[in-house]
Ligand binder design. Structure first.
Ligand code: COA
Ligand code: MG
Length: 290
């Protein structure tokens, strides 16, 4: 599975931001056609994204395009104008049903056949950002094998339910946890919402750390400055890797001697702790592959 620690948004009509994003070493970039682009500039943004996909060198950065909501007036043109230039995936905003994902997936099968791309190769990353979307998470998470990650959108969600955003985010904790739980139940990645303050690295790191602790595998970014701190939070430190290895080695020695639970440094260790250590090693391994 591809590592997606930071996914950097930029307006699709800004070639300079796309080029800047492509050179940052970020895991994924999301070229936006939805709310980051003015209504009268959607056609220009579609053309700009298609040209960038063909011309810009993205290295190992994943190239994603956020289209407009499926079922609305713009998404079909968004897909038609960009698919031939072969993005790695589409980010779908305001997803509330499995049907919205199916519509795009089926359309993509036709396009993949037409352009000779491998069937099913274009990924889908739905954003769940409404009360109805949260209530329907189960059908959304399991809608289609193309779904690679569930993304939580806190600002739209808060607006939809009439919540007032706070810096601690207690008003979105239920929805945030629901997204990560459903993602894990369906074996896909979980990506957290944007951090709106552009000049607050300590706050960004704290919120990213909180999301990591909840189980998220990545977070949306909106400014180049957010990328490195975010990717660092999702990458285990050498000390964390060493501690995880030591736990697993002790566990293996105890298993060989016929013991399950044991004590290490004054703490009980059993299978859930070992699984957590394995997940640290898996994250470290994924980060080195990126
Ligand atoms: N992706 C790539 N490059 C970006 C960027 C982004 N998201 N945000 C800023 N940059 C670039 C700027 O173009 C500028 O480049 P330059 O030095 O070559 O001129 C540099 O980074 C510094 O930018 P800065 O002046 O600090 O920010 P700004 O005022 O130009 O832009 C925003 C501020 C919020 C408009 C911008 O960060 C942005 O467009 N963010 C993404 C918005 C978006 O996509 N929203 C929809 C999803 S929520
Ligand atoms: Mg939004």
């Amino acid at each position: 599975m591809r590592v997606r620690r930071a996914l950097l948004f930029m307006p699709g009509d800004s070639r300079s931001k796309i080029e800047k994003g492509a050179a940052l070493g970020v895991d994924s970039i999301i070229m936006d056609l939805e709310d980051g682009v003015a209504l009268n500039n959607k056609p220009a943004a579609r053309a700009s994204i298609a040209a960038a996909l063909r011309e810009v060198e993205f290295g190992s950065t994943e190239r994603l395009v956020r289209i407009n909501p499926v079922g609305g007036e713009f998404y079909a043109d968004d897909l038609m104008a960009t698919v031939a230039a072969r993005p790695d995936g589409y980010v779908l905003p305001k997803v509330e049903s499995a049907q919205q994902i199916e519509i795009v997936s089926e359309w993509l099968f036709q396009a993949e056949a037409e352009y000779g791309f491998p069937q099913g190769s274009i990924a889908l990353l739905p954003i769940v950002e409404s009360a109805r979307g949260i209530v329907n998470l189960r059908e959304i998470a399991g809608a289609d094998p193309r779904v690679a990650a569930l993304i939580f959108g806190a600002e739209d969600f808060a607006g939809d339910v009439g919540a007032i955003r706070t810096s601690e985010g207690k008003e979105v904790l239920y929805a945030r946890s629901a997204v990560v739980t459903h993602a894990k139940a369906f074996n896909v990645q979980a990506v957290d919402t944007v951090y709106l303050k552009l000049d607050d690295t300590p706050g960004l790191i704290a919120e990213t750390r909180f999301c990591l602790e909840l189980g998220f595998t990545g977070k949306l970014a909106i400014h180049p400055r957010q990328v490195a701190p975010m990717q660092a939070v999702f990458t285990p430190t050498p000390d964390e890797v060493a501690a995880a290895r030591r736990l697993i080695e002790a566990h293996e020695a105890h298993q060989a001697a016929g013991t399950g639970a044991f004590a290490l440094d004054g703490k009980m260790v059993d299978m859930p702790i070992i699984r957590a250590a394995q997940s640290v090693l898996a994250r470290a391994e994924a980060a080195t592959r990126s």
